[in-house]
Design a protein around this ligand. Structure first.
Ligand SMILES: *[C@@H]1O[C@H](CO)[C@@H](O)[C@H](O)[C@H]1NC(C)=O
Ligand SMILES: CC(=O)N[C@H]1CO[C@H](CO)[C@@H](O)[C@@H]1O
Length: 139
């Protein structure tokens, strides 16, 4: 019983460590890392649908067994390394992409965008492309 309580406590601490940004906090963070204003609503929509603006989300395994990490749900097949050493195309560990400091995630997302555009993200294709985008006028 005791060990269950310990496990539960540990799990809660892990759950609570992550941070859910408000929509305007997200906009502020994205501005800080130089995301262009004319793409802002698309990025907000993308992040809302990929991670609900939570920094610490690890997605369910994809069909090919790969997983998606963090705010932008970045894939470990090509972009981040699941070892302790930074690697793959963004030269980061996947764990770094779960940090409350979104710097590494932001830089990596911009790299992905540069290469493939928003079409890299199913969350964007399915829920944002050609659809009404989130209102950020008050941010
Ligand atoms: C990857 O990042 C590490 C530091 O995290 C750095 O030492 C290394 O030079 C980088 N490698 C490349 C190819 O940029
Ligand atoms: C699941 C999810 O987060 N869906 C969101 C996708 O984006 C639209 C527009 O911002 C939201 O309204 C949905 O809630």
């Amino acid at each position: 019983m005791k060990s269950y309580i310990l496990l539960f406590t540990a799990a809660m601490i892990l759950v609570c460590e992550g941070r859910q940004l408000s929509r305007c906090e997200l906009v502020r963070e994205l501005r800080k890392y130089g995301f262009p204003e004319n793409q802002m609503k698309d990025w907000v929509c993308l992040v809302e649908n990929e991670s609900s603006r939570r920094t610490d989300v690890i997605g369910k395994p994809n069909r090919d067994g790969s997983r998606d990490f963090g705010l932008f749900q970045i894939n470990d097949r090509y972009w981040c390394s699941n070892t302790n050493a930074p690697g793959k195309d963004c030269n980061v560990t996947c764990k770094q992409l779960l940090s409350n400091n979104i710097r590494d995630s932001a830089v990596c997302a911009q790299k992905i965008y540069k290469r493939h555009g928003f079409n890299s993200w199913y969350g964007w294709i399915n829920r944002c492309r050609g659809k009404p985008l989130p209102d950020i006028t008050s941010c």
